[in-house]
Design a protein around this ligand. Structure first.
Ligand code: GDP
Ligand code: MG
Length: 598
C-alpha cells in the first residue's frame, strides 16, 4: 500500500489504565472482528495474561479504516508489553511506530509507567496523542488529568481526547486523530531490505513466527533472507498480517507491519531488535538500537518430587522455545538434589514462568531466593560472573565486587513520601532527584541495587503507599559493594539452597530477621531444630524450633470438627511443598523467607 495511507501506532499506558480495552474498541469499530468473534480483550491472548491483566507479548494487528475524508487507511496497531521487565521489547515495538496513543485513566491520573512510557515514546521521536480514558467513572476528572499530562509529562494536552473505552464514547475521534495527527511512515520500497524484528514466538503448527516492521525495501514470499546479527540465512515460506486472524499475503513493503515464517527452527535465532535483510543484496547496516538482552534475576528451580526432574527439564525446554530471554542450565544442590539455575528478565518474568510450569505442566516446584549477577574481581586479577551463591569465591580471594544498579522512578502522593524515603534508604538507595510534578504528586528518582529490588521492594512500596505509588526502573550500571555470602544452617548443617548474598553492613539485621522468619515457617518436629545464620564460620543469629510434644489438634482445637478438618487440609497442602533435608521437613516458604523479611 502507498505509505501515505499507512499509520503505525502503539498504545502506551500505565497498567490498568485501559490499553487492552481501548484496543478492542478500535478493532470493533474498524470491523476487524465480527460481533461473534468479538471476545473481551482479544489482544491479551494467553489465559495468564488475562487473569493478571497484563500483556506479556507484543502483537501487531492490521485494521482497515475508512476515515471521514472517504479514504481507506491501513492502521497497524502494535501492542507493547506493559511491564518494566520487558522494557527492551517495548522500545523495539515503539521503533516500529510513528505515533502513540498515551492512555491515562481519568480517575487515577498520571502514574510512573505513564511517565516512563511517554518519555520512551518521546525519545523514539513518536508523535503522541493523549487519550483520557474512563470518563464514564464518577471519579473521573478530565481537567485535572489534562493538567497532570501537561505538568508531569510535558505534553500539550489541549487536544487530549476524552474517551470511555468501556462504553465506546469518544473512540471514533481516536481513529480520526490517528489518521490526521500521526505522520505516515517513510521508506523506499525499492531500497535494500531492512526489516526490524519486534517479536517472535514458536507456534506448534507453523514453527517460528516473526513479527517485523519493514523500514526499507520489500520483503517477499520465497525470498532468501539474512539476519544481520548472526549472519544466518533462511527462506521465507509464508507471510501475512494479523487482522487479528492471520491472513496470508505475498509481500510487505517499506512502512508495513506483518509476520513471516521462514526455515527458522528456534526463536533464539530471531532476536528482538535484529534486522532482516536480503541475502544477495544486503543493506549496508543494521537498524540502530539492537541489544542482546541478558537475564537479570536468577533463581534455582527444583521439583518437590525428584522423579519429576526430567519433566521439569522438558517443560523448561518447551517454554524456552517461545521465550529467548529466558535462560536455564542444570545445577545441583546438596539439599534439593538436581534442578536448574534459571535466569529471568525480572521478577514478574520469573513469576510468570514459575506459574506456567505449575499450571500448564502440573509441576510442584521449590524456588530458591532470587538474586542478581555480580562481577567479582579476584586478587589474581581474574573477573568472575557469579549469579549463584554456591559459586561465591572464598572471601580471602576477593579483591572487589560489583553489583548491578537500577535507576528507579517512584511517583507518589505527597503524604507517602516520608515512608517511601525510609524504605529506599533501608534498601541502600541514593537520591538522584526529588521533584513535585503537581502540587500534590512527587517524583522520586533513586539509584538502588537491583539485589534489593528483587527482594520485597515492590510489595513494600505498595503497602507503604496503600497502592498510591508506582514504580518504573532501568538498569544504570554497577556499584562496588562489600557483599558477603550468608549461609543458613539447619540443625548445624548448612543448607546450600538457602544461602544468599547480602551487603556486609546489613548482614546482621537480615540474618536475625531471616532466622526468626524461618522459625515461624518450619513446623515443629519430634526433636529440637536449631536455625542459624552464618557468615563464614561466624554465627550472626540463632533461633530454635522447639520439639513437638502433644497432639496439635487435641490441644488447640478441642472439639471443633470443621476447624480440625481445615487444619488437616492445610497440613496436607503444606506437605506437598515440603522438602526433607536431613531429618527436617522444610516448607517451600522457607526457601523464599528471605523475600518476606525486613
Ligand atoms: P490495561 O492494563 O491498560 O490493558 O487495562 P485494561 O484494558 O485491561 O483495563 C483495566 C480495567 O479497567 C478493566 O477492568 C477494564 O474493564 C477497565 N476499563 C477500561 N477502560 C474503561 C473505561 O473506559 N471505563 C471504565 N469504567 N472501566 C474501564
Ligand atoms: Mg492489557
Amino acid at each position: 500500500m502507498d505509505a501515505r495511507f499507512i499509520r503505525n501506532f502503539a498504545i502506551i499506558a500505565h497498567i490498568d489504565h485501559g490499553k487492552s480495552t481501548l484496543s478492542d474498541r478500535l478493532l470493533e469499530l474498524t470491523g476487524s472482528l465480527t460481533q461473534r468473534e468479538m471476545q473481551a480483550q482479544v489482544l491479551d491472548a494467553m489465559d495468564l495474561e488475562r487473569e493478571r491483566g497484563i500483556t506479556i507479548k507484543a502483537h501487531a494487528v492490521r485494521m482497515m479504516y475508512k476515515a471521514n475524508d472517504g479514504v481507506t487507511y491501513q492502521l497497524n496497531l502494535i501492542d507493547t508489553p506493559g511491564h518494566v521487565d520487558f522494557s527492551y521489547e517495548v522500545s523495539r515495538s515503539l521503533s516500529s511506530c510513528e505515533g502513540a496513543l498515551l492512555v491515562v485513566d481519568a480517575s487515577q491520573g498520571v502514574e510512573a509507567q505513564t511517565l516512563a512510557n511517554a518519555y520512551l515514546a518521546i525519545h523514539h521521536g513518536l508523535e503522541i496523542i493523549p487519550v483520557i480514558n474512563k470518563i464514564d467513572l464518577p471519579s473521573a476528572d478530565i481537567l485535572r488529568t489534562q493538567e497532570a499530562i501537561e505538568k508531569a509529562v510535558g505534553l500539550d494536552a489541549t487536544d487530549a481526547i476524552p474517551v470511555s473505552a468501556k462504553t465506546g464514547q469518544g473512540v471514533a475521534e481516536v481513529l480520526e486523530a490517528v489518521v490526521h495527527r500521526l505522520p505516515p511512515p517513510k521508506g523506499d520500497p525499492a531500497a535494500p531490505l531492512q526489516a526490524l524484528i519486534f517479536d517472535s514466538w514458536f507456534d506448534a503448527y507453523r514453527g517460528v513466527i516473526v513479527l517485523v516492521r519493514v523500514m526499507q525495501g520489500t520483503l517477499r514470499k520465497g525470498q532468501r533472507i539474512k539476519l544481520m546479527s548472526n549472519g544466518k540465512g533462511f527462506d521465507v515460506e509464508s507471510m501475512g498480517v494479523l487482522t487479528p486472524k492471520p491472513v496470508e499475503i505475498g509481500e510487505l513493503v517499506a512502512g508495513e507491519v506483518g509476520f513471516f515464517v521462514a526455515t527458522i527452527k528456534t526463536v533464539s535465532d530471531t532476536k528482538i531488535g535484529d534486522t532482516v535483510t536480503d541475502e544477495e543484496h544486503p543493506a549496508d547496516s543494521q537498524l540502530p538500537g539492537f541489544e542482546d538482552i541478558k537475564p537479570m534475576v536468577f533463581a534455582g528451580l527444583y521439583t518437590v518430587d525428584s522423579h519429576e526432574h526430567t519433566m521439569l527439564r522438558d517443560a523448561l525446554e518447551k517454554l524456552r522455545l517461545n521465550d529467548s530471554s529466558f535462560f536455564f542450565e542444570p545445577e545441583s544442590s546438596e539439599a534439593l538434589g538436581f534442578g536448574f539455575r534459571c535466569g529471568f528478565l525480572g521478577l514478574l518474568h520469573m513469576e510468570i514462568i514459575q506459574e506456567r510450569l505449575e499450571r500448564e505442566y502440573e509441576l510442584d516446584l521449590i524456588t530458591t531466593a532470587p538474586g542478581v549477577r555480580y562481577h567479582i574481581t579476584l586478587t589474581d586479577g581474574t573477573v568472575l560472573e557469579v549469579d549463584n551463591p554456591s559459586r561465591w569465591p572464598e572471601p580471602t580471594n576477593i579483591e572487589a565486587i560489583r553489583e548491578p544498579i537500577i535507576k528507579a522512578q517512584i511517583l507518589t502522593n505527597e503524604e507517602y513520601v516520608g515512608g517511601i524515603l525510609k524504605l529506599v534508604e533501608e534498601k541502600r538507595g541514593k537520591q538522584v532527584n526529588f521533584e513535585y510534578v503537581t502540587p500534590t504528586r512527587v517524583l522520586l528518582t533513586y539509584e538502588l541495587p537491583l539485589n534489593e529490588i528483587v527482594l520485597d521492594f515492590y510489595d513494600r512500596l505498595k503497602s507503604i503507599s496503600r497502592g498510591y505509588a508506582s514504580l518504573d526502573y532501568q538498569l544504570a550500571g554497577e556499584w562496588v559493594s562489600p557483599m558477603v555470602k550468608m549461609d543458613i544452617l539447619v540443625s548445624g548443617e548448612p543448607v546450600d539452597a538457602l544461602s544468599i548474598i547480602v551487603h556486609r553492613d546489613f548482614a546482621y539485621e537480615r540474618g536475625k530477621a531471616l532466622v526468626s522468619k524461618m522459625r515461624e515457617l518450619i513446623p515443629r518436629q519430634q526433636f529440637e531444630v536449631a536455625i542459624q545464620a552464618a557468615i563464614g564460620s561466624k554465627i550472626v543469629a540463632r533461633e530454635t524450633v522447639t520439639a513437638l510434644r502433644k497432639n496439635v489438634l487435641a490441644k488447640c482445637y478441642g472439639g471443633d470438627i470443621s476447624r480440625k478438618r481445615k487444619l488437616l487440609e492445610k497440613q496436607k497442602e503444606g506437605k506437598k511443598r515440603m522438602k526433607r533435608i536431613g531429618k527436617v521437613d522444610i516448607p517451600q516458604e522457607a526457601f523464599l523467607a528471605v523475600l518476606r523479611v525486613g
